[in-house]
Design a protein around this ligand. Structure first.
Ligand code: ZN
Length: 1005
């Protein structure tokens, strides 16, 4: 009888246990509660085993209060009871309760510790998790942990990148013989990978006897994180079987490393192998489409997602956000907006994406509308929302609105960050409202980055030539960073420029008192000449004792140059030696199709620097190999040898005299130290020969200009010039070097063409991947020099925005066309036809100079445009035709960037062939299979904006297409240009109307 009852009870306990398991699995709290009350009625709640299951059920169904009650009601608690309730609290992040219970426990076992450690790890308290583990070892006299402890603590190390502790854990694993445990090994692979040591991951991986899908995926992830894509692929392709997670991990690895095309290929492969993507996969590939502006592919994915949309997780808010981001970045704001409006659920990221997307695509007003809707919907805007709104204002030049938005932040309890201030200060600066910018900085809370703000203002002051405010900004910077020697120097320069010598001395005394020394390598940068004042500060700032009057200084400078014999008195009208028997009678000049000079700056070299002394020799070798040198071509190709260096007068037509003498002075130091860095913020170096070799580079450019001009005076079809010179020049600003560049070779040549040859109007085309900020600065206010730059949007040095158009009398003679990353041949052809030709025709140059940067080549390591050898052939050929058409064929190319020696030299070779009128060899050099789709819709948008800003489209389309009589064309052009001048002040949109008005005045057939 008794035994039957026991059996019955055991039976029912087992049955209940099955029910409880079912409740836990289905998270069915209601049934669980009913079951619990049944157990209370039958007093089975006093059974420890059953009750433990009930506690577990409550805690897994997220009802900790009931779990605690069941725990409290239990008369006999065993270790399992304690562990269950502790784990419940710990997993939910309720550590106060968990610790309290843990402390009450008589003898916690490994499981008790693990509950806390894994809870801390899962809830992001990684440091606490490691400390708790250390505490655990400290309390117990022997090693006290198991594989689960280790896996949790390793997870924490991985998240913290805690490299010092990870090897100790690894050692513990070996000591207690867990190294063959697959779960532990997987955790080690993952942890070393996350700490950036994929080789250690691989060591463990390769020693494993058994691997599962997690092992392989972790190894792929470890390589992926270190951007070792090839290794990641190798592991991935050996893996079998692959699941969705492993595919996704490789796809996202390619996408995040800017290799969107490969990510998309992998995505296709994954589907071919019948593995279905999950939400994360879609987010990754959509990101790839967004970065590459692959709108068509993005739309296909969108369709795909909708087709598979029956899967519940597929249309969740993350995927919708990723889709919207893709549409915004591809500039398809209609689709982005439609998607946004139809999203069933929107989070703050959705709102911010659409607001920022509209702002960046020039729909400022629409972004304000969405913001209004956001407020109506009661969604609290974030700092990011306001950054989007401010950039909308910045794009449209709306200062009033920007200030309002800025003030609005306080209403939401948000404090503007440095980025918000920077956008606003930049906007005010561009509009020359500098005083307001100062007010703004002064209003900024003390903890914000004032150094950055004053720095931005100083930049704006420089552009607008506001000396007083520049002085004030520098002063503020100086106060903020009293121990920053460079700021002292900057301040002293400002004082010197303002003729405030007492103040300059005061700064020196302060520096002495504070024991500040300038970094030696910078010493010469501080030397500043103020021509207006007629004074020259000749000394290193630390010994700024004498401010010498101009007379004595000039003598001093002259003596120095004579002593070093760098600058001889060569006649500047002729920059190469006529005595040289090999070259350059006028006869020879007119026979040539190409004239080039070579200045390779062999001594100016830093090992492993991309701007290396191998560049020009690589080109020269390729020309030789492709039989494009005088040796092979006779009189068709002319190389100017023995070119003279440029004079100080040539250089100082662009650069400050202080810079030139400072650089020369720095040579002493360079020869002592071998190499010095001459640009504080950037990668420009100097060696002992840099000064001299830079003079030679500039001089070799001038020599080509001389020859081309001389030939053009004697024949209608002069040769094209090419100065194969380095260091490059277009980043060098008037006051100093920048971005690999020492002297602005092309700017110097432009001034030289004006001064020596009387060629007043110079048209400069800069197609380097980087913006030629130095050239731009030199001529920003000069109406006689048109600077047209195409460059990759967002690349170094960040200048060259589309709305920088020159200022003062030079307004309109600077044109910037930033191209989206991925732009290639098709983009550049459109730009040439739609922009370059129109601008040049309108400007009517006397000579065209070209900053020929070959770093836009798809193979170049420094940027991500997709030009090919064929693109450079097209440019060389088209520019040559343009020069022939507009300015007697006078055209000189200057080498700027280009850092893949192969693509650089082949592209120059093909440019030479274009000059010679020979067909391109591009098909031999280019590999079309490495190209991906160009972001043409973005390119078109940019072109439209430029046309709009520079009023390029309408007036000349009308004249070119419809008018035959030259006189009428001229009159029309003059009228249109005049109309434009007026229109700049009024609304730009009315240009169309005005052109048609003009057309009606002058009848057009
Ligand atoms: Zn460049």
């Amino acid at each position: 009888m008794l035994s039957t009852r026991i059996v019955k009870t055991l039976d029912s306990i087992q049955r209940y246990s099955i029910f409880i398991t079912h409740c836990i699995e289905t998270k069915d709290l209601n049934s669980g509660e009913r079951l619990h009350s049944l157990l209370v009625k039958t007093a089975l709640n006093l059974d420890t085993f059953t009750s433990n299951r009930i506690i577990d059920m409550y805690s897994k169904c997220n009802s900790m209060e009931s779990a605690q009650k069941a725990f409290d009601d239990l008369p006999t608690k065993n270790t399992y009871s304690w562990n269950t309730i502790i784990a419940g609290y710990s997993q939910r992040g309720l550590f106060f309760e968990a610790y309290q219970l843990f402390d009450k426990m008589a003898s916690p076992n490994t499981v008790s510790y693990n509950s806390i450690i894994s809870g801390l790890n899962h809830n992001g308290f990684h440091k606490d998790s490691i400390s708790f583990f250390k505490h655990m070892q400290h309390i117990h006299t022997r090693l006290f942990f198991d594989e689960f402890t280790i896996v949790s603590v390793m997870g924490s190390c991985a998240c913290l990148g805690a490299l010092e502790f990870l090897p100790q854990l690894h050692w513990l694993v070996v000591v207690i013989g867990l190294e063959l445990n697959i779960v532990v090994s997987n955790a080690l692979i993952d942890a070393y990978g996350k700490c950036g040591l994929p080789d250690l991951s691989y060591q463990i991986f390769s020693q494993m006897l058994e691997r599962d899908v997690v092992t392989w995926t972790s190894m792929v992830g470890a390589y992926a994180r270190a951007s070792r894509l090839q290794d990641a692929c190798q592991v991935f392709y050996k893996m079998s079987p692959k699941n969705t997670i492993s595919w996704t991990s490789l796809i996202s690895c390619f996408a995040q490393n800017g290799r969107g095309n490969e990510a998309l290929d992998l995505f296709d492969q994954m589907q071919e192998e019948g593995i279905s993507p999950n939400g994360f996969t879609y987010v990754s590939v959509l990101g790839a489409c967004a970065d590459q502006a692959l709108i068509e592919k993005g739309k296909q994915l969108h369709n795909h997602i909708i087709r598979c949309g029956t899967m519940s997780d597929l249309l969740n808010v993350y995927i919708n956000n990723a889709l919207m981001n893709m549409y915004c970045k591809c500039g398809d704001m209609r689709s982005a907006r439609m998607l946004f409006d139809r999203m069933p659920r929107k989070d703050i990221i959705s709102w911010n994406s659409i607001i920022t997307g509209l702002a960046h695509n020039g729909h400022s007003l629409k972004s304000f509308e969405v913001f209004a809707k956001m407020r109506e919907a009661g969604v609290k805007p974030s700092l990011f929302t306001f950054l989007g709104l401010l950039s909308a204002c910045s794009h449209a030049g709306l200062i009033f609105e920007a200030l309002q938005i800025f003030d609005l932040m306080a209403e939401y309890g948000l404090k503007p960050g440095s980025e918000h201030y920077a956008v606003l200060i930049d906007l005010l600066g561009r509009k020359n409202r500098l005083e307001e910018a100062v007010d703004l900085i002064e209003r900024a809370p003390t903890q914000s980055n004032h150094v950055r703000m004053w720095g931005a203002l100083l930049g704006a002051c420089r552009v607008h030539g506001n000396k007083d405010l520049a002085s004030r900004s520098a002063g503020a910077l100086f106060e903020l960073k009293p121990c920053d020697a460079a700021r002292h120097v900057m301040l002293s320069n400002v004082y010197a420029a303002a003729n405030r010598w007492d103040d300059a001395h005061q700064v020196r005394r302060l520096m002495d008192e504070r024991g500040l020394k300038k970094e030696a390598a910078l010493s010469w940068i501080v030397l500043e000449l103020s021509r207006n004042m007629g004074c020259l500060v000749l000394h290193n700032f630390c010994t700024l004792k004498n401010v010498v009057k101009l007379d004595s200084c000039v003598t001093l400078v002259a003596q120095r140059y004579q002593k070093t014999k760098l600058i001889s008195g060569r006649p500047i009208s002729c920059a190469y030696s006529l005595e040289e028997p090999n070259i350059s009678s006028n006869m020879k000049l007119t026979q040539a199709r190409v004239i080039y000079s070579v200045a390779p700056a062999i001594g100016h070299n830093q090992e492993a620097h991309p701007e290396s002394n191998l560049r020009v020799p690589a080109i020269a070798n390729a020309l030789e190999k492709m039989e494009l040198t005088p040796k092979h071509r006779g009189s068709e190709v002319l190389e100017l040898k023995h070119c003279q260096p440029a004079t100080v007068e040539d250089i100082t037509s662009v650069h400050s005299r202080a810079y030139v003498s400072g650089l020369e002075k720095a040579m002493e130091q360079a020869s002592e130290q071998g190499i010095i860095f001459i640009e504080r913020s950037g990668p420009t170096y100097a060696t002992a020969s840099t000064f001299q070799e830079s003079l030679f580079a500039a001089g070799a450019g001038l020599a080509v200009v001389d020859s081309v001009v001389a030939a053009s005076r004697n024949c209608p079809n002069p040769p094209v010039g090419f100065a194969l010179i380095r260091p490059p020049g277009h980043h060098a600003i008037p006051q100093g070097p920048m971005g690999f560049c020492v002297f602005g070779n092309i700017a110097i040549a432009a001034r030289y063409a004006q001064r020596i040859h009387g060629l007043k109007r110079v048209f400069i085309i800069d197609f380097d991947v980087h913006h030629g900020n130095g050239t731009s600065d030199a001529f920003y206010e000069d109406p006689d020099i048109f600077f047209l730059s195409t460059h990759q949007d967002g690349s170094y040095p960040g200048t060259g925005k589309i709305d920088e158009i020159g200022c003062g009398r030079g307004e309109g003679t600077t044109l910037n066309l930033p191209l989206p990353g991925g732009s290639g041949d098709a983009a550049m052809r459109t730009v040439f036809d739609d922009i370059i030709v129109l601008c040049a025709e309108r400007f009517k140059p006397d000579i065209i100079l070209v900053s020929a940067g070959y770093d836009g080549h798809v193979l170049d390591p420094l940027a991500s445009l997709q030009f090919t050898t064929g693109t450079y052939y097209m440019l060389a050929d088209s520019i040559k035709q343009l020069a022939k058409h507009l300015c007697g064929g006078r055209c000189v190319f200057f080498l700027e960037g280009g850092y893949n020696l192969d693509s650089l030299s082949y592209s120059v070779v093909d440019s030479f062939r274009a000059f010679l009128g020979e067909p391109s060899l591009a098909p031999k050099f280019d590999n079309p299979s490495i190209l991906y789709e160009e972001p043409l819709s973005k390119v078109k948008q940019a072109i439209q904006r430029v046309k709009h800003i520079h009023s390029l489209a309408n007036c000349f389309d009308v004249t070119a297409a419809a008018v035959k009589e030259e006189s009428i064309v001229t009159i029309l052009c003059i009228a249109a240009v005049a109309a434009e001048e007026n229109l700049k002040k009024a609304s730009v949109n009315s240009i169309t109307l005005n052109v048609s008005t003009i057309s009606s005045v002058f009848p057009i057939r």
